[in-house]
Design a protein around this ligand. Structure first.
Ligand SMILES: NC(=O)c1ccc[n+]([C@@H]2O[C@H](COP(=O)([O-])OP(=O)(O)OC[C@H]3O[C@@H](n4cnc5c(N)ncnc54)[C@H](OP(=O)(O)O)[C@@H]3O)[C@@H](O)[C@H]2O)c1
Length: 272
């Protein structure tokens, strides 16, 4: 598995998204993904399924040291004492002593970012997280995070797929050596039925979903597709044996639109 390096972290380029993988499915998909070669799990306390993900992780037989685990602190738990409790709860759920990457799930304008990042740095110093990062931060918030954090920001995890142009946020992250992780990398399944992506895929013997993932990887992103179907796990990982031409990259670029987001949260701060 290819990795992207940022501030001392080596992040596998494809990870397993785990949102909505609850109950037996969550444990089974996590276990199978690891057995098939996935080495990166994207979790969050708020998904309510870390126990199942942990179950799959431990059942897989893959050594903990080989797996890159990300989890996220909910926007409601960003004040220092709550953050610490949330992190310890995630570790307990997953049955691990630390995570590779701890993210602020969404910024919360009511809690000073410097305090939250101070608590994140403390979690790192105390050995609960090897690296820290952010999620759903826009260009300005990226800059602010870098300014106030005593520890390097390894990634900004953002919504990114062919219907959304994230080149400005990517450019801002590049300036600070922050890797970008693309969530909803197949636009919650919408990319799968896309005619343009399907016709590009035919040239390479690939599916529309694989074109979407490959386009992101060629733009330098880490991708975390989620599937509840074992048979789709390999498909979503098989994106390293072809290269989209500049013309095909441009054709995918042309799919972006101003209202291209598939995730909307009412209380999120203003976007660029
Ligand atoms: N930081 C954040 O705020 C944030 C927000 C959203 C998501 N995330 C993370 O990003 C991950 C991915 O995003 P997402 O789960 O929202 O959306 P996604 O990965 O873009 O899409 C998942 C959907 O695509 C379908 N799918 C997956 N592979 C497929 C394939 N090969 N062929 C056909 N359909 C396929 C899945 O259905 P099946 O299950 O039927 O395959 C599912 O409905 C999440 O799971 C989560 O870990 C983070």
């Amino acid at each position: 598995m290819d990795v992207i390096k940022a501030h001392g972290a080596s992040v596998p380029v494809v990870g397993l998204g785990t949102w909505q993988l609850n109950g037996a499915v969550g444990a089974r998909i996590t276990e199978q993904a690891l057995r098939l070669g996935y080495r990166h799990l994207d979790c969050a306390l708020i998904y309510g399924n870390e126990k199942e993900v942990g179950e799959g992780l431990h059942a897989s037989g893959v050594k903990r040291e080989e797996i890159f685990i990300t989890t996220k602190v909910p926007h409601t738990e960003l004040a220092p004492p709550a953050l610490e409790r949330a992190v310890k709860q995630s570790l307990k759920n997953l049955r691990v002593s630390d995570v590779n990457l701890l993210l602020i799930h969404w910024p919360n304008p009511h809690i000073p970012l410097a305090e939250t990042l101070g608590a994140m740095a403390k979690m790192k110093r105390e050995g609960y997280a090897r690296h820290i990062g952010i999620s759903n931060f826009n260009r300005c918030a990226d800059r602010e995070a870098v300014k106030v954090s005593s520890e390097p920001i390894v990634t900004n995890q953002i919504e990114w797929h062919p219907y959304l142009d994230e080149s400005k946020v990517k450019g801002a992250c590049d300036k600070h050596g922050i890797a970008v992780t693309a969530y909803c990398p197949i636009a919650r399944g919408r990319a799968v039925g896309d005619e343009v992506l399907t016709s590009i895929g035919k040239k390479y013997g690939k599916s529309a979903g694989q074109v979407s993932l490959r386009w992101l990887v060629q733009k330098g992103a880490i991708v975390i597709p989620r599937t509840s179907k074992v048979e789709r796990l390999s498909e979503n990982m098989s994106i390293f044996d072809f290269q989209l031409s500049p013309q095909d990259m441009a054709a995918v670029d042309a799919l972006s639109k101003p209202a291209g987001r598939v995730v909307s949260v009412g209380w999120a701060p203003n976007w660029d």
